[in-house]
Design a protein around this ligand. Structure first.
Ligand code: SAM
Length: 236
């Protein structure tokens, strides 16, 4: 199999080291390793996920373990505004489904980054099975340390994972660093807020990008989630 690897192996190795020494990250990653190991063994889990989360229209070959609908996936693709053949990065790619779908539709190359070694193994298997073996690569890393070169990507996505970034400013700066000027980061993530009764609620912020600030679904308009993407490519 020909996988011409675009990943900077030196910095990828540094990212690996930080992943295994990550403290709180270790707990999250161990949890996701367990989830990815279990999912592949349970047809029942896959069926429940398909019926209750993915929906009938979502393509199962590109399944995820988040809450993304097909309509949202299509919207992410549009917001990226990628040219055909572009280089896409999926941050916290897990088993790779959403990033592979967009890359395949756009005839793009894909690099997926995730700290879960088991998730990455599934992503590589999925890339082979959907005919993306020579166009997709997966590497261990985190939001703050992807191991990718400067300006490596024309666009980046992240699906329902940014809440795990211990240092969100560092994560956004890393995304800006790996994006070419004008490249967009389009992402969704879980958020929380405290309502008037003091109750803590969670919801998913959908489809943020450099030009848009979207209130969490069901937040009653109480969103405080907003990111400004400066023209210079930095996150403020
Ligand atoms: C809900 S899953 C979403 C995975 C994938 N995006 C999808 O849609 O199926 C969250 C992912 O975040 C990853 N993750 C956890 N902490 C992370 C961090 N600090 N940096 C990058 N990814 C992280 C986990 O390993 C897991 O794969």
């Amino acid at each position: 199999m020909d996988r011409s690897n675009p990943i900077d192996e030196t910095s990828a190795a540094a990212a690996d080291t930080s992943v295994v020494q990550g403290g709180a990250i270790d707990v999250v990653v161990q949890g996701y390793d367990d989830v990815y190991a279990a999912i592949s063994k349970s047809a029942t889990f896959s069926l429940i996920w398909q019926r209750q989360v993915l929906g009938d229209d979502y393509p199962m070959d590109f399944a995820h373990i988040s809450f993304l609908t097909l309509i949202e996936l299509q919207e992410m693709r549009q917001r990226l505004a990628l040219r055909q053949g572009a280089a896409l990065v999926d941050l916290a790619c897990g088993a790779g489904g959403p990033g592979l779908w967009i890359a395949k539709v756009m005839d793009a190359t894909l690099v997926g980054v995730d700290p879960s070694a088991i998730g990455l193994t599934h992503a590589r298997t999925r890339a082979d099975s959907v005919g993306m073996a020579n166009k997709a690569w997966f590497t261990q890393g985190t939001f703050a340390m992807t191991g990718l070169a400067d300006a490596a990507a024309d666009g980046a996505i992240s699906v329902d994972a940014f809440q795990y970034a211990p240092d969100k400013r560092a994560g956004l700066k890393e995304a800006a660093r790996i994006l070419r000027l004008g490249g967009r980061l389009v992402f969704t993530f879980r958020s929380w807020w405290v309502d008037s009764t003091g109750r803590r609620n969670t919801s998913t912020v959908r489809s943020c990008d450099g030009n848009t600030q979207t209130a969490p679904v069901g937040s009653g308009g109480s969103s405080t989630d907003a990111f400004t993407w400066s023209a210079a490519g930095g996150a403020a």
